[in-house]
Design a protein around this ligand. Structure first.
Ligand code: COA
Length: 164
């Protein structure tokens, strides 16, 4: 069961129960499943914003703070925090809680970059610009810019191991 809440066009929220089939060898939710949900939430956010098919181009530093228990309610929050010409930088926060409790606990956070695609040419397509308005949006926009700067040195460090 998936609940999908659309508040603003730059924001999407998914809520669902973690299922027995999501389990890892230690009895909790598999890290790979969390990554799939992060990708799905960000994909829905990117498509909602760009109104076209989108692909993941980059996922930054996923850190799991707390394990997710099977049978808990999972909440995935995805919001556009920066747009380039064809890319959308999306902050994803994952939370979970026992169904009968009120307070969600944050399990992970990451920034994921999607590129909008022209399905006819199979080439990247221009996206509508995201213009931050609130203080919170401005702070996240600056955060995205700082991460982009940091990524340059990470990309340089990793370049010997990437052949295209
Ligand atoms: C997405 C894809 C079509 C882009 O092609 P490309 O030749 O790299 O195109 P560009 O160089 O023009 O980059 C497109 C955008 O991606 C961004 N981008 C590329 N590498 C990036 C990185 N490491 N981090 C963040 N953004 C990145 C560029 O900055 C550009 O954004 P902008 O237009 O807003 O400036 C191509 O990389 C691709 O097909 N990747 C595989 C996607 C996929 O299959 N994902 C599923 C997971 S396997």
């Amino acid at each position: 069961m998936l609940v999908l809440k659309i508040e603003n066009k730059n924001h999407i929220e998914l809520q669902f129960l973690s299922e027995p089939s999501d389990i890892n060898f230690g009895g909790k939710v598999h890290g790979g499943m969390m990554m799939k949900w992060i990708d799905q939430a960000a994909y829905a956010c990117a498509v909602q914003w760009s109104e076209t098919y989108c692909v993941t181009v980059y996922v930054g530093g996923i850190r799991f703070y707390n394990p997710v228990q099977i049978g808990h309610l999972v909440k995935m929050n995805a919001r556009i925090i920066y747009t380039g010409n064809t890319s959308m930088h999306i902050a994803v926060d994952a939370f979970s809680k026992p169904v009968d409790k009120n307070k969600f606990v944050k399990n992970t956070h990451c920034v994921i970059v999607f590129v909008a695609m022209d399905t006819e040419t199979n080439k990247p397509k221009t996206v509508p610009p995201f213009i931050p308005k609130t203080d919170a949006e401005l702070a996240m926009n600056h955060y995205a810019l700082r991460l982009m700067e940091l990524r340059k040195s990470i990309d340089e460090e990793m370049s010997p191991y990437i052949s295209r």
